[in-house]
Design a protein around this ligand. Structure first.
Ligand code: NAP
Length: 504
């Protein structure tokens, strides 16, 4: 094997230092469905250190065995690796412990400290600790405060203490800033990993490789060649059991502030000089700063808001609620590369299918030598990046229809991950992100200034929606692609929504 390939393999197989992951809210859905199945897969692939354990903290009445049983059903259902393979589960579960206690009770944290010391003696590795906040967000400040008071956040010698904070991070700029302040009171920014699991998806990272490892597209990636960009993140499901949270949040906070703006930054940022957390996040921050905020008085012009027709019948939502479950917005980026290129972002619940796609529509050719009937244009080239499902990409371009004359037709040149790399090769986003945090690599996590900038773009829209300039709340049938208003919104600019990766 050539030397560089050996080094690369070593990098891929690199195992973090001995450590413990402490999960707060460990009796909850996320721990069972994502966090522990991901840790289990990492363990099964030999990507965790020998001296490794997990401590789950929550108030529910369980002992270690009951906790392990609860988690096993989640691993069986959701993990990439199955629990019966290679005696894996017994080997993994003996490193999993349950620590019962209230999140605001100093005693919980005092005894957690003792538990960590005991683990350090028996298994080892408890000098390096990754705390994971997986409780409802209202509890984040008190847990952070208690960790500080119990001196569990303090890093000594070469040992580290880190914290992953789940989304949502705040519900507006003021609360996000306040949460940052509270967190920074106890943890340095370098210890903090704000997670947006979208960034852990292989295909989202592939956006970076696609843009910055290929010479063919980057010269075209600007206002001279790109007519506009569309970003669609749709969900097929409706509200589910999340009424309590969702009805007070709505689509803007739930999807735009994090996932859609993250995708926007990856598509539009300048190439960082190297792939490291500071360089990458500096570029993301720069482009967010260049996004022209939609003023509250402009929301009627630049946004559409809508609700699926049966939303108000869902259990737990307020009577006559105006919470939008769908939005489409148009943004501009005021910099050299993107001046005057519109970015159409849309997202919604109860839509036609679950898909995440980015469509880049290129400009028309400057002059067409082929005769076309009056008023007819050739369809433009569209590059469709499919982030889920059917991960891959499509380039739509014109070809000649065989036979006499010069008629043309659009065809697709496609790449599918599954075809080239096989099925089930994509690790879960949480696997990648937890492993990165254990390695101390924050590149795929959101920095404090980035999160505040994102909120500063969302706040004025929410303010506008609550005021006299709000666009009328439109309604749409479940299973469609949103309200007619969404089509009219983009058609008013002489464009239409693309469905490169889904059935439109
Ligand atoms: N679930 C997901 O797919 C998902 C996806 C993205 C982000 N997130 C975020 O991840 C975090 C955890 O999600 P989750 O779905 O696992 O949450 P969850 O099941 O609602 O809550 C986790 C645990 O927190 C404790 N808890 C819940 N409500 C509480 C309250 N009012 N006071 C004190 N403790 C309470 C409960 O444990 P005890 O009663 O045993 O203490 C519960 O098992 C949330 O911030 C969520 O926004 C979740």
């Amino acid at each position: 094997m050539p030397e560089f390939e050996e080094a690369r393999q070593e990098e891929i197989r690199r195992v973090p230092n001995p450590c413990v992951v402490v999960i707060f809210g460990a009796s909850g859905d996320l721990t069972r469905r994502k966090l522990v199945p991901s840790l289990f897969s990492l363990f099964g692939e030999g990507l965790l250190p020998e001296q490794f354990s997990v401590v789950g903290v929550a108030r529910s009445d369980m002992d270690d065995d009951a906790f392990r049983e609860h988690l096993k059903s989640g691993v069986d259902q959701f993990s990439r690796l199955k629990s019966d393979a290679d005696n894996l589960w017994p080997r993994f579960s003996q490193r999993v412990f349950y620590h019962r206690g209230g999140y605001d009770d100093p005693q919980t944290f005092k005894s957690l400290g003792k538990r960590l010391a005991k683990i350090d003696k028996e298994i080892g590795g408890a000098c390096n600790v990754l705390f994971y906040l997986s409780t409802p967000p209202g509890l984040y400040p008190v847990i952070v405060e208690q960790l500080g008071k119990a001196e569990l956040a303090r890093q000594k010698d070469d040992y580290w203490r880190r914290i992953i904070i789940e989304k949502p991070f705040g519900r507006d700029l003021a609360s996000a800033t306040e949460l940052n302040r509270q967190v920074h009171h106890v943890f340095d920014e370098g210890q903090v990993y704000r997670i947006d699991h979208y960034l852990g998806k292989e295909t989202v990272q592939n956006l970076l490789v696609f843009r910055f490892a290929n010479a063919i597209f980057e010269p075209l990636w600007n206002r001279n060649y790109i007519d506009h960009v569309q970003i669609t993140v749709s969900e097929e499901v409706g509200l589910g059991s999340r009424a309590g949270y969702y009805d007070t949040a709505g689509i803007m906070r739930d999807m735009f502030q994090n996932h859609l703006l993250q995708l926007l930054t990856l598509v539009t940022m300048e190439p960082p000089a190297e792939f490291n957390a500071t360089a990458l996040r500096d570029e993301k921050v720069k482009v967010l700063k260049a996004v022209q905020p939609i003023k509250p008085s402009e929301v009627n012009k630049y946004t559409v808001r809508a609700q699926y027709r049966t939303y108000r019948d869902e259990p737990g939502v307020a009577v006559g609620t105006e919470t939008p479950t769908f939005a489409a917005i148009k943004l501009f980026i005021n910099n050299w590369r993107w001046r005057n290129v519109p970015f159409y972002l849309r997202s919604g619940k109860a839509l036609g299918s679950k898909v995440t796609e980015i469509n880049i529509q290129f400009r028309h050719v400057p002059h067409l030598m082929f005769p076309l009937p009056p008023e007819e244009h050739l369809p433009p080239n569209v590059l469709g990046l499919c982030l889920q499902p059917n991960e891959g990409m499509n380039l739509r371009f014109e070809t000649k229809v065989p036979g006499a004359g010069m008629r043309s037709r659009s065809v697709d040149m496609s790449f599918l991950y599954e075809q080239d790399f096989g099925k089930n090769t994509l690790p879960d986003a949480y696997e990648r992100l937890i492993l990165d945090a254990l390695h101390g690599d924050a590149a795929l996590f959101t920095r404090s200034d980035e999160i505040e900038l994102a909120w500063s773009l969302i706040d004025p829209i929410l303010e506008g929606w609550a005021g006299k300039h709000a666009p009328v709340l439109a309604f749409y049938e479940s299973g469609t692609w949103g309200p007619g208003k969404s089509d009219e919104f983009i058609q008013a600019d002489g464009r239409h929504w693309h469905y490169s990766c889904s059935e439109g």
